[in-house]
Design a protein around this ligand. Structure first.
Ligand code: AMP
Length: 630
């Protein structure tokens, strides 16, 4: 398999599809850079205001502005639902102000009016916008991207990310772990980048830590090797949790003092969450701040000090340090052997986080790169490597969670163990349990626990129609193959008969190929409908003006025209006014073609009227008003 080379005309961009913000970057001969939108902004808030089926969704900054007003329609943190079932995310759904419901196969989805939107579709909105930003900035079409995911994303979540890309018209040529991308960006700007580094990434929704070894090429021109030694983290740990904890602390404090205050409405909760986040950010620079919220039941203005914030944040930060400890252990190093700790993610601006990281690794963290931009920059570097533009870097990523098969009795046989370098291949032989067994069901799971019930189910498939043999005689060889994206393929063959399983590893909580196709079809259909609505709205505005001018002209020169012409003109005018009225009441039911035809007919028919009217007004000039009689 060869990579298509990226030429300047077919660029591959790097995308950080974040829980809170997303960015797009591009790396050319001058190095990686973040691409900016029309207003010069680098961060696209990963927020969408859904249209309830009636109007197109709004994404980014505009959507964020409406979060406090229209929380039930404003979707944030969708990354937390990617590739998850409603069951998986029960705990946090309560905290989300928008309605999360069970979609196909129990997939966590968002209700949008009468429609159900998958997290993939919503993520595709952000990706489409990033693609637009890139196309505008680079001045050419963009069809391919490297997209980053948290190291801890499992197979279903990675697959969901690819599907989102596809829905946005982007081929995801590679999925890269966020910390690995960060290390690529870090390695770039340094004269001597060799050594062991830790990437500590605390964003809005997720936490990752990875330990990497960068081995410099032996001679100039040799590639540097980035090898991930270990990675650990939590897909449910981040700045959002801190916002929620601050909001809870403020609520508890106010409830005691003011019985009339209730923070239980969705609107109140959302505003308090936003105010808590603003206070948290302010406390990264200030020693104290006000948490200010305007609510129907009154105004809250509570002082929060940095010391209070740190007391709230300490348990969360301690959890991240536990993960650091584990990944150092997995990498077989002492924390103090790390040569640099690179900080990634907006939450690493919190002074407490910096202090704790410094204390754990025994050195001040490396903060020369903007923690918001590091991951996207690294993704762009990886894109340049794939495009053949940078041959001096080689990325060796790892499998974040062990992959295995269910064995008899509900145990797990691990085939690919955590932290194996990818691409990874592993095989194992199994046999049957029962004499004459014809079908063997294979259950692929992911996780570190020993029992299937404690692991995450990825897929099941069957090896069918084996000839009857005594138990233990069939030799079933199962092969696991993890590709460079960290995506798993599984194959099984019975060695004596050569019977293979027809394997389709659809992640339990991903989308099937048909679903992706359906969503694509629907979005095309919506694009058409959106265009129709747009046309009706334009027609309504323009036709109303046409009708106004025609009516006025007719009023002025009616007695200069033959009655039959006037009658036919009035008929056309009435028809256009009827369409304008219809479109003013409701855009949806209007036939745009018929409306357009009626407007054209009026404009054609009124040409003579306007000629007469112009002639009249010229004759009557200089003064305006009704012309003199003929
Ligand atoms: P990310 O997912 O990397 O975009 O990080 C977003 C998270 O960083 C959100 O929870 C923000 O509230 C948080 N954040 C951004 N800036 C700051 C700051 N100056 N101090 C504390 N938290 C911040």
């Amino acid at each position: 398999m060869t990579d298509r080379r990226s030429t300047a005309d077919d660029p591959i961009v790097g995308i950080d599809l974040g829980t809170t913000n997303s960015l797009v970057a591009y790396c050319d001969e001058a190095g990686p850079r973040i691409l900016r939108d029309e207003s010069g902004r680098t961060l696209l808030p990963s927020i969408a205001r859904l249209g309830g089926g009636a109007e197109p969704a709004v994404v980014g900054h505009l959507a964020r502005e409406s979060a406090g007003r229209d929380p039930e329609r404003t979707v944030h943190s969708i990354k937390r639902l990617m590739g998850r079932s409603l069951e998986d995310v029960r705990r946090e759904v309560d905290r989300l102000p928008y309605p999360v419901v069970a979609g196909p196969r129990g997939l966590a989805c968002v209700r949008d009016g009468t429609a159900i939107r998958t997290p993939q579709e919503i993520s595709a909105l952000y990706l489409r916008r990033l693609r637009e930003i890139a196309e505008r900035s680079l001045g050419r079409p963009v069809h391919r991207a490297v997209v980053t995911v948290p190291a801890y994303f499992d197979d279903a979540q990675r697959q969901a990310t690819r599907d989102a890309g596809r829905l946005a018209g982007l081929e995801v040529v590679r999925i890269v772990n966020e910390p690995t991308a960060a290390s690529l960006a870090y390695g770039l700007g340094r004269a001597s980048a060799g050594g062991t580094i830790a990437v500590y990434d605390l964003g809005g929704g997720t936490f990752d830590v990875s330990i990497l070894r960068i081995v410099e090429g032996a001679t100039d021109g040799d590639e540097a090797i980035f090898q991930v030694l270990a990675t650990a983290g939590d897909t449910h740990l981040g700045g959002d949790d801190l916002d929620a904890a601050i909001a809870a602390a403020i609520t508890a404090r106010i409830d005691r003092g003011r019985a009339e205050f209730h923070a239980d409405s969705i609107l109140a909760r959302q505003r308090l969450r936003l105010a808590s986040e603003a206070a948290k950010i302010a406390l990264s620079a200030a020693e104290s701040t006000l948490v200010e919220v305007d609510l129907p039941s009154g105004r809250i203005a509570e002082v929060l000090t940095r010391a209070e914030l740190e007391a709230i944040a300490r348990p969360l930060v301690a959890r991240t340090i536990e993960h650091c400890r584990r990944s150092a252990r997995d990498a077989g190093i002492e924390p103090r052997e790390v040569d640099a700790a690179v900080l990634v993610g907006g939450s690493t601006r919190i002074p407490l986080v910096r202090r704790e990281v410094e204390q754990f690794f025994g050195r001040a963290p490396y903060v020369a790169l903007d923690p918001d931009e590091v991951v996207a920059l690294g993704a762009a570097v990886q894109a340049a490597v794939i495009a053949g533009r940078r041959a001096d870097l080689l990325l060796l990523d790892v499998v974040p969670l062990s992959l295995g098969l269910e064995t008899a009795g509900g145990g797990v046989a691990k085939l690919v163990v955590r932290n194996s370098t990818i691409p990874a291949r592993a095989t194992e032989q199994f046999s049957t349990q029962v004499d004459g067994q014809r079908h063997v069901r294979l259950h692929v799971v992911q996780g570190e626990r020993e029992l299937v019930s404690d692991c995450r189910s990825l897929a099941t498939f069957e090896l069918r129609d084996l000839p009857p043999m005594p138990a233990g005689i069939p030799r079933i060889e199962v092969e696991f193959l993890v590709d460079a994206n960290g995506v798993l393929g599984v194959a099984a063959v019975e060695a004596r008969t050569g019977i293979r399983a027809a394997v389709q590893v659809v992640p339990s909580y991903g989308l099937t190929a048909e679903e992706v196709a359906r969503i694509e079809r629907e979005s095309l259909a919506h694009a058409r409908e959106d265009m129709r609505r747009h046309r009706v709205i334009d027609l309504r505005v323009n036709a109303a003006l046409d009708a106004k001018w025609t009516g006025e002209a007719l009023g002025r020169v009616r007695d200069r025209l033959e009655p039959a012409y006037v009658a036919s003109l009035e008929e056309r005018l009435a028809e256009v006014r009827r369409f304008v009225d219809l479109a003013t009441r409701e855009v949806d039911g209007v036939d745009a073609d018929a409306f357009g035809a009626a407007r054209d007919a009026l404009n054609r028919a009124s040409m003579r009227l306007h000629e007469v009217a112009i002639a009249e007004s010229l004759r009557g000039s200089p003064g305006p008003g009704p012309g003199p009689g003929a």
